[in-house]
Design a protein around this ligand. Sequence first.
Ligand SMILES: Nc1ncnc2c1ncn2[C@@H]1O[C@H](COP(=O)(O)OP(=O)(O)O)[C@@H](O)[C@H]1O
Ligand SMILES: [Mg+2]
Length: 299
Amino acid sequence: MKKDNKKSEKIRSEERAANMKKLVSNNMSHIKYKYLVLSGKGGVGKTTVATNLAITLTQLGFAVGLFDADIHGPNIPKMLGIEDQKFHTYEKGIIPVYAGHLLKVMSVAFLLKSKDDAVIFRGPLKHKLIGQLLSEVYWGVLDFLIVDLPPGTGDEALSVAHLIDDVDGAIIVTTPQDVALLDSRKAITFARQLKLPLIGIVENMSGFNCPYCHKPIDLFKKGGGEKAAREMKVPFLGRIPIEPEIVIRGDSGVPLTTSNECPEITQAFEEICTKWNDLLEEKEILNKQSVKLGKCQNE
Ligand SMILES: Nc1ncnc2c1ncn2[C@@H]1O[C@H](COP(=O)(O)OP(=O)(O)O)[C@@H](O)[C@H]1O
Ligand SMILES: [Mg+2]
């Protein structure tokens, strides 16, 4: 009897999971590409990279959404200067908040009464919350949805990867020093185990140009991300140097890529987007070829 109850509970929970996946998939049917930004370690610049990549993509003419999946430390609204916004619903679901005219954003931070409130949730509740947001936020038609994950390979990363059936890829952010690289290798293994296509590695905080002598100083070393990419057979997307203005602009809610004030940084993000788009195009050409090949074989 007990065994039967356990079995039917298992079936019910599998049905619930399948239903949720279906809801998420229906809700995201107008989004062309979905990407996760992850790292093995906190503080390496994931949110900074996700936010600036999203802005750069809008500047390149794409329709972009940014989903902050960091339940305990949702920083995206602060970095985009929209932390006072609250979330609203209408008949089609939850309405994302606009950052500027083009970028649509959703974050748990919009649900909190005060900036100092903390979400104290364990795994299953976090999964439920992420599921609800992924299935109910009405993004409309998007070229890219970028999901910013908390550090590591824990609950949130697993939930997002399980709930979105057709993730187009993962971008790993790392800093160049050995301790960060060790963790980013774990993030690569995580992505491989979950069969997430690896788009590439971004090496953030890579070198620093001294504002006085203009000589480069490799505060956290340099080139480690590129070496890890080579060793783990993952594309290297590019590097972003340490730039104190990134911190100032992130704290003031106006990311550096919103203007061309710091051309070196704007260019670094543009180059990463170009490399990413080139990889996408290559993949699409390969996909088309394999569809054609498939057709030939069937005919
Ligand atoms: N290239 C960079 N140069 C200088 N500061 C940076 C750079 N990238 C990120 N930061 C700063 O480092 C801190 C952590 O970045 P954040 O994006 O929140 O990391 P994560 O999301 O990985 O925890 C922030 O204060 C951010 O402004
Ligand atoms: Mg973050």
